[in-house]
Design a protein around this ligand. Sequence first.
Ligand code: ZN
Length: 411
Amino acid sequence: MAKAVDRKKQNRFLLIIIAIILVVTLATAAVLFALNYVDSGVYPESGARPQNVILLIGDGMGENHIEAGNIYRSNKLNMERFAVIGEVMTRSLTPGATDSAAAATAMATGTKTYNGRISYKDGKNLETVAEMAKEAGKKVGVVVTKPVTDATPAAFLSHAKDRGETDSIARQIVDFDLDVLYGLTDDSMNALKSEIATENRALCTTFDEIAASDSEKIYGLLEDGSIRTAGTDTLSYLTSSALEKLSEDNDNGFLLVVEGSKIDSASHDNDMESMLAELNAFDAAVKTCRDWAQANGNTVVMVTADHETGGLEIPDFDNADANMAKQEAREALIDYESSDGWFKRTGHTSDNVNYFIYATGTVKAQNAAADESDASGASEYLEINYSEQMNIPEEIDNTDIFRLICQWLSL
Ligand SMILES: [Zn+2]
């Protein structure tokens, strides 16, 4: 009797063990399948990866902002000439439209959070792609046209329950020890100025100081009004300076985040003239990055926005003559007294925004299919053109941007 009970117990124990093994095996297979599926969507299985990623964010830049930019220039913006184009969903966990904090958190961490949170959710800090890149030995740079403690840069570099906690954000930005940081200063950063300059890190407060600095790391904290939309002291100049510094003596690649921060403020103000000036300055920085990527290779440039601001609508300019329609649209646009009224709101909307990707470099990647036992010992290589190999869905979520960057940089 006792033996039969023991055997029953043993059998049940065996069954449980088998069940556990089955569950674990199936779960592992599912995860591996999912990883492989995601991975093969963008690059072929070859280990080829771009070395550098530049993410450019036009704050508040909706589809119609870009269309207004086209009408104004009578030509396509630089970002629109990129090979891979699609849309991004921007919603956060807060009902209604997202704010820049939650949207930047989604892009920086791959996790949706509530408006106002800075890479933080439910009492926990969310690891950011900038932290991961630094951990992996890559250089990290951030260039913005508003205070560096503002929501977008903050979400890549710090954690806070509320975007208003700028003293804590400033402390974390100093401690992050970026390779390059350019943007406006504020009281929170000013309070820490004495700690910024170190043996290998310079504190610059003007464009001239930035141009003259040959320090390994650089924090350029500028006064409001000093970053212009035209001339030499522009976002494009700061971006090009950042690219130069990030690529110097660097075999390990970099992540650079650039924000055209004031497209948003101009749109909140329903100020078409300022919006176009900010958008053009941002697009000039896009061109700087594209040219750099073209010259240096192995780089992905992704342009997107965190959300749309201002509910911008472009009226119809139907004319049998397409050129006349274009001319009418341009004349109406640059009459700023009337085209300011094309903005239908003063806040953010939940409209999808665009993404544009330009990737350079044919990288010589080892051909996985090559016969390893090839007696000649010669390795077979595939030329991989990133832009051609990208197969990203036309509509993605803002959290996918984090995943793409991780994949591109092998993080
Ligand atoms: Zn805004």
